[in-house]
Write a protein that binds this ligand. Structure first.
Ligand code: XMP
Length: 506
């Protein structure tokens, strides 16, 4: 495996995903919490950082522990840190070194640049630059404005590169990472979904034994894949609970429940619609709504868990981005997410936690789901927020508003599917606005609700662009909604990106 040491760059997870795409396992650890270096670790990558090596207290570590012992690839800040520590000079760049650049000099004799083409486009993003290299360090690539685009230490497989191979704008970045991970470090490319599944099932069997596990399902891909893996390991000692909170999409509860049963999962469907509507009555503030839904869910789930006997474990669909310790941007302190298995919590939260997907990124979860033959209507599903339609109905929630929005959302989502657009969109949905507007239908004046449609392209939900859906499609959907959904006479399309907007309106 490859060890990635994080100095806080926004691109660190991207490095890990690129390495995983090569079917090589890797882990991200904070630069100041280096794990034990076991023989499985075949190479090390240093990430970039928002900090400058010139700043006092900027991230630092003992590089001698790796140099010459393991292949080392230092990206951006990592490369500058290494150059500075061994006697080179790093200064603020005089010209902007941001965006696309081309490598007009490449030493293709070194392993890292084998078969990389002369003139290859790379992505630069740095405020400092390496002015002079230490003794024994050679320039192995340059752009017209950056002499030390990459360097190698003589006699070692130690490299520094100032551009970002993990970003898709570095057109041969993946080849370069392959050169490092496979050719230089000698990692075998055998970390596939099937291997992951076999290893996970073995581990789950050993860990859980004959104990019983309870798990909440949401209909989303993460919890569904996690449950399927656990089920493969322990069979019907896993009981799943799927709650109808009355805030799901039209017919979704029954459809998903049917899919789960078809997949052989031992699943209890709980109709708790009224409990959630009661908890939400009169609440308009988004955070209040979220809290009320969270509390209601805990009560329902705890009730169900109590009906089961001898349960020792809680299964969860946690994925890798939720557990990677993040390096704080404003200094090298690490923020850690923790579970709070302490008193005062509902009983199910005191159970031991089993999270079989906590080493996978979302795309990896989908691949594993497909390898497990989970139906496409679950694996390819758009993300959907836990609080469901409650945060897409601005203002207070009533069952009638939920029904209206379900109809609107159904026309939009079904339309996306029918026009082959669903899989091109990362997430889509409709929002019921708390205003009415004047319209005319036949000879009648109407005064009815406005709905907004939202469709975004994204990789991880952290940033998002609105999708340029075809006008003809939007026109058809708007007509369908206004003609078919009682109480709606106007449709608008949300053309805001994140940032500065967010994906959801609340
Ligand atoms: P925002 O609106 O913050 O959403 O741009 C980013 C992603 O997170 C989802 N989201 C939620 N998911 N509970 C969830 O489980 C929530 O309270 C919640 N709020 C937003 C949102 O749908 C999008 O995928």
């Amino acid at each position: 495996q490859i060890l990635i040491l994080d100095f806080g760059s926004q691109y660190t997870q991207l490095i890990a995903r690129r390495v995983r795409e090569l079917n090589v396992y890797c882990e991200i650890h904070p630069f100041n919490k280096i794990p034990e270096i076991t023989p499985e670790i075949k190479g090390v990558i240093f990430s970039g950082s928002p900090c400058s090596v010139k700043d006092e207290g900027s991230p630092d570590l003992d590089i001698d522990q790796f140099r010459g012992k393991l292949p080392l690839l230092a990206v951006c800040y990592g490369a500058q840190l290494m150059a500075q520590k061994y006697g080179g000079a790093v200064t603020p760049s005089e010209i902007r070194e941001y965006g696309r650049a081309n490598l007009n000099y490449i030493d293709t004799h070194v392993n890292l640049f084998k078969e990389i083409t002369h003139g290859s486009q790379v992505w630069m993003s740095h405020g400092d630059t390496i002015k002079d290299l230490p003794k024994g360090f050679d320039v192995i690539a340059s752009t017209p404005s950056v002499k030390v685009a990459a360097y190698k230490v003589q006699g070692e497989e130690t490299y520094g590169i100032q551009f970002h191979p993990e970003v898709t704008h570095s057109l041969e970045g993946k080849n370069l990472l392959r050169n490092f991970v496979v050719q230089t470090c000698g990692c075998s490319q055998d970390w596939t979904s099937d291997v992951f599944i076999d290893i996970s099932i073995e581990e789950l069997k050993n860990k859980i034994g004959d104990d019983k596990v309870v798990m909440g399902l949401s209909g989303g891909v993460d919890s569904s894949v996690a449950a399927t893996l656990i089920h493969r390991a322990i069979g019907d000692n896993l009981t799943c609970v799927f709650v109808d909170n009355g805030l799901l999409r039209k017919d979704e509860f029954q459809e998903v429940l049917d899919s789960y049963q078809h997949m052989g999962l031992n699943v209890i469907g709980v109709d708790a619609k009224q409990k959630f509507y009661d908890a939400l009555a009169g609440l308009s503030d988004p955070e209040e709504k979220r809290k009320a839904i969270g509390r209601a869910f805990i009560e329902v789930f705890d009730d169900e868990a109590h009906k089961l006997e001898g349960v020792k474990w809680l299964g969860q669909g946690t994925i890798y981005p939720d557990v990677i310790e993040s390096v704080s941007v404003n200094g090298p302190s690490a923020t850690i997410k923790s579970h709070h298995n302490v008193g005062g919590l509902p009983d199910f939260m005191k159970l031991k936690v089993v999270e079989p997907l906590n080493t996978l990124f979302k795309d990896g979860v989908r691949e594993v789901g497909r390898a497990l033959e989970i139906p496409e209507n679950i694996v390819g599903r758009h993300p959907f927020p836990g609080p469901g339609l409650a945060i897409r109905i601005l203002g207070d929630i009533t069952p009638e508003k939920v029904r209206t929005l379900q109809e609107v959302d159904h026309i939009f989502i079904q339309g996306l599917k029918d026009h082959g657009l669903y899989d091109q969109v990362w997430q889509a949905g409709a929002i019921l606005l708390p205003i009415s507007s004047v319209g005319v239908m036949g000879d009648e004046r109407t005064y009815e609700k406005v709905v907004a449609l939202r469709a975004v392209a994204s990789v991880d939900g952290m940033t998002a662009d609105w999708v340029h859906l075809p006008y003809e499609f939007l026109g058809k959907i708007s007509n369908d909604i206004i003609n078919k959904v009682k109480g709606v006479n106007r449709v608008v399309y949300d053309i805001s990106s994140k940032p500065p907007a967010t994906i959801e309106w609340e």
